[in-house]
Write a protein that binds this ligand. Structure first.
Ligand code: HEM
Ligand code: CU
Length: 561
C-alpha cells in the first residue's frame, strides 16, 4: 500500500494560521470551503442549539414536575414545545450528523475534499441563517392581540391551525422560512456527499471496499434528496395559503387538512431514518474497533440499510392511524411498519455478532455504543407496539409516544453522537478527551435519561396526553412526572461534565497521536488534526481495512476479501 501512514507532511503551513490575529482567524472560518472546518462548524453550531433547545425542554419539565404548577403560561409552553421540537430535529440532529459525514467521508474515501466545496459552504450558511430565523421569531414574530412571538403550532404544524385565521401574526411564517432554508441547505449537502462518494474514492476503493459509514452516508443522502422536496413543497403551499389566498389546507374553503399530514409525514417518517442511519454508521465504525474484530456481515449490513431506507418511504401513515383511514389503509401501514423490524433486527444481530468473542475494550465511545444498542432495541419494541393500529388509537397523542420517540432520538441518536464525539475528537483536535470525566458524563446521562423517559411510558399508559402544560393531582401521574423531571437534573449534570471535558481537553488534553484507538480506516492514517488537503499523497487501498494491512503485512485482509 502506497501513501497514507508514512506520508503525513502537511501541504499547508498550519503554523501560519495560528499566528493570525483573532479577527483574521475568524475571517478564515467565515470564508472557508474546507469540508473539515465546515463539518466542525455544523457540529459546533448544532451543539449550541442542543444546549438552548435542551434548556427549553428543562423548562417544560420544570413546569410539569408537579400538578397545577404555574411557572409558565400555557401559551409559553406551546411555544417552548414547538421550538424545542423543531430545533432538535432541524437545528441539532441534522447539522451534527451531516457535520460528521462532512468531516469524515472525504477522509474515509481518501479524497482531498468533497466534490463541490463551495456548495458545501453555501449549504452551511443557509442552514445557519435558517436556524437563526427560528429563534429570531421570539423577537420578530410579534402578532395581533399578543398572539405572536415564537411559533406555537407544534413541530408538525397540523393544518388548519397554521392557516391565517388561527395563526395570526408572523410566528408561523418564521417557522416555515426556517424549515425551507435549512432543508435547501441539507439537500445541497446530500447532493455533494453522493457525488463525492461515487466519483472521488481513492485508487482501489471499490464500492465493496468502502467503510460501512460511507455506504450509510450514501443511503442517507439518497433519502434526503427524496424526502426533503415534499417538505419544501408543503411549506411553499402553506405560504401560498397564508399570503396569496390559496386554499390547499384551508378546510373551510374545500382544502384538505389531511393533505398536509400526508406531505408532512412522507417527509417526517423517513426523517427518523435520516437521523438514525448516521448513528448506525458511527456504530458500524466504533463497535468493530473496540471489539478488535471486523464488522460481522458487511454485505448484509449494507443491504439491510438500503432496505431500511426503501421501507421507510412506505410507512408514513402510521402517524395517521387516528385520522380515520379506510381499514385497508390501516392494515397496509401497520404491515409495512412491522416490516421495518426485519432489517433492523438484522443490524442488531450483526452488531452483537461483531462483539461476540471479541476482545472488547470498554472505552467511552464503546460504552455509549452499548447503551445505544440496548436503548435502540427498546425503542424499536415500543415502535412495533405503536404499529398495531388499535394500540395506537389508544395511545396516540399521549406521553407513551413522547417516550417512544425520545428513546430513538436520545437513547439511540444522541448516545451515538456522544460516542462519535469521543471517538473522533482526537482526530479533529489532536487531543484526547478525559476518560474519567467521560465516565461521569456517560453514567449521569444514562441514569438521567432512564429516569425521565422510562417513566414517561407509564404516564402515557395512564392516559397523560402530550402537549399539555399541566395536569390534575391524584390521577396516578404525580410521582411519575416528578421522577421524570428530576432525571433532567442528572442529564444536565452529564452534559456539564461533557462541556468541562471538552474545555479541559482543548486546553491541556493528552496528545492523541495519529491513531489513538489502533483503528483501521483511512482517516487515522493522516495527522491529527489532518492538514488542509487531508493527504499529502492520495492513498491506495486493497481491502476494507487499509491500516490493518499496513500494520500487519504478514496477514493482510486483502488475502481474504
Ligand atoms: C434532553 C432531554 C430532553 C427532554 C427532557 C425533552 C423533553 C420534551 C418535552 C417535555 C416535550 C413536550 C412533549 C409534549 O408536550 O408533547 C418534548 C417534545 C419533543 N422533543 Fe424533546 N426533550 C429532550 C430531548 C430531545 C431531543 C434530543 C430531541 C431530538 C433530537 C427531541 C425532540 C423532540 C420533539 C420532536 C418533540 C415534539 C414536539 C412537538 O410535539 O411538537 N427532544 N421534549
Ligand atoms: Cu414514523
Amino acid at each position: 500500500m502506497a501513501g497514507s501512514i508514512e506520508h503525513r507532511i502537511a501541504l499547508s503551513a498550519e503554523s501560519d494560521h495560528a499566528s493570525l490575529p483573532i479577527l483574521g482567524r475568524a475571517h478564515e472560518w467565515v470564508v472557508t470551503v474546507d469540508h473539515k472546518r465546515l463539518g466542525l462548524m455544523y457540529i459546533g453550531g448544532g451543539l449550541v442549539f442542543f444546549l438552548i433547545a435542551g434548556l427549553q425542554a428543562a423548562t417544560m419539565r420544570l413546569q410539569l414536575a408537579i400538578p397545577n404548577a404555574g411557572i409558565i403560561a400555557p401559551q409559553v409552553f406551546n411555544r417552548l414545545l414547538t421550538v424545542h421540537g423543531t430545533a432538535m430535529v432541524f437545528l441539532v440532529g441534522m447539522p451534527i450528523l451531516t457535520g460528521f459525514l462532512n468531516y469524515l467521508v472525504p477522509l474515509m474515501i481518501g479524497a482531498r475534499d468533497l466534490a463541490f466545496p463551495r456548495l458545501n459552504a453555501f449549504g452551511f450558511w443557509l442552514w445557519l441563517f435558517g436556524s437563526l430565523l427560528l429563534y429570531f421569531s421570539y423577537i420578530g414574530g410579534d402578532g395581533l392581540y399578543g398572539a405572536g412571538s415564537a411559533p406555537d403550532v407544534g413541530w408538525f404544524a397540523y393544518a388548519p391551525l397554521t392557516e391565517r385565521a388561527f395563526s395570526r401574526g408572523n410566528s408561523t411564517d418564521y417557522w416555515i422560512l426556517s424549515i425551507l432554508l435549512t432543508s435547501v441547505g441539507s439537500t445541497a449537502t446530500a447532493i455533494n456527499l453522493l457525488t463525492s462518494i461515487f466519483c472521488m474514492r481513492c485508487e482501489g476503493m471499490t464500492l465493496r471496499k468502502m467503510p460501512v459509514l460511507v455506504w450509510l452516508a450514501a443511503v442517507v443522502s439518497f433519502l434526503m434528496c427524496v424526502v426533503l422536496p415534499p417538505l419544501s413543497a408543503a411549506q411553499a403551499m402553506l405560504l401560498l395559503d397564508r399570503f396569496l389566498g390559496a386554499h390547499f389546507f384551508d378546510t373551510q374553503a374545500g382544502g384538505s387538512a389531511i393533505l398536509w399530514q400526508h406531505f408532512f409525514w412522507i417527509f417526517g417518517h423517513p426523517e427518523v431514518y435520516v437521523l438514525v442511519l448516521p448513528a448506525f454508521a458511527f456504530a458500524n465504525e466504533i463497535i468493530p474497533v473496540f471489539s478488535r474484530k471486523v464488522i460481522f456481515g458487511y454485505s448484509v449490513m449494507v443491504a439491510a440499510s438500503c432496505a431500511l431506507a426503501f421501507i421507510s418511504l412506505g410507512v408514513w401513515a402510521h402517524h395517521m392511524f387516528s385520522v380515520g383511514m379506510a381499514p385497508a389503509g390501516n392494515a397496509f401501514f401497520a404491515a409495512s411498519t412491522m416490516l421495518v423490524s426485519i432489517p433492523t433486527g438484522i443490524k442488531i444481530f450483526n452488531w452483537i455478532g461483531t462483539m461476540w468473542g471479541g476482545k472488547i475494550r470498554f472505552r467511552i465511545p464503546m460504552m455509549f455504543s452499548v447503551g445505544f444498542l440496548a436503548q435502540f432495541l427498546i425503542a424499536g419494541l415500543t415502535g412495533i407496539m405503536l404499529a398495531v393500529a388499535p394500540f395506537d388509537w389508544q395511545l396516540t397523542d399521549t406521553y407513551f409516544v413522547v417516550a417512544h420517540f425520545h428513546y430513538v432520538l436520545i437513547g439511540a441518536i444522541v448516545f451515538m453522537i456522544f460516542a462519535a464525539i469521543y471517538y473522533w475528537f482526537p482526530k479533529a483536535t489532536g487531543k484526547m478527551l478525559g476518560e474519567r470525566l467521560g465516565k461521569w458524563h456517560f453514567w449521569l446521562f444514562l441514569i438521567g435519561f432512564h429516569m425521565t423517559f422510562d417513566t414517561l411510558h407509564f404516564a402515557g399508559l395512564r392516559g397523560m396526553p402530550r402537549r399539555i402544560y399541566t395536569y390534575q393531582p391524584g390521577r396516578g401521574l404525580d410521582t411519575i412526572n416528578l421522577i421524570a423531571s428530576i432525571g433532567v437534573i442528572f442529564q444536565a449534570a452529564g452534559i456539564l461534565m461533557f462541556l468541562i471535558n471538552v474545555i479541559r481537553s482543548l486546553r491541556s488534553g493528552k496528545p492523541a497521536g495519529d491513531d489513538p484507538w489502533d483503528a483501521w480506516t483511512l482517516e487515522w492514517s493522516t495527522s491529527s488534526p489532518p492538514p488542509e488537503y487531508n493527504f499529502a499523497e492520495l492513498p491506495v487501498v486493497r481491502s476494507r481495512r487499509p491500516l490493518w494491512d499496513l500494520k500487519h503485512p504478514e496477514d493482510p485482509d486483502w488475502k481474504y476479501e
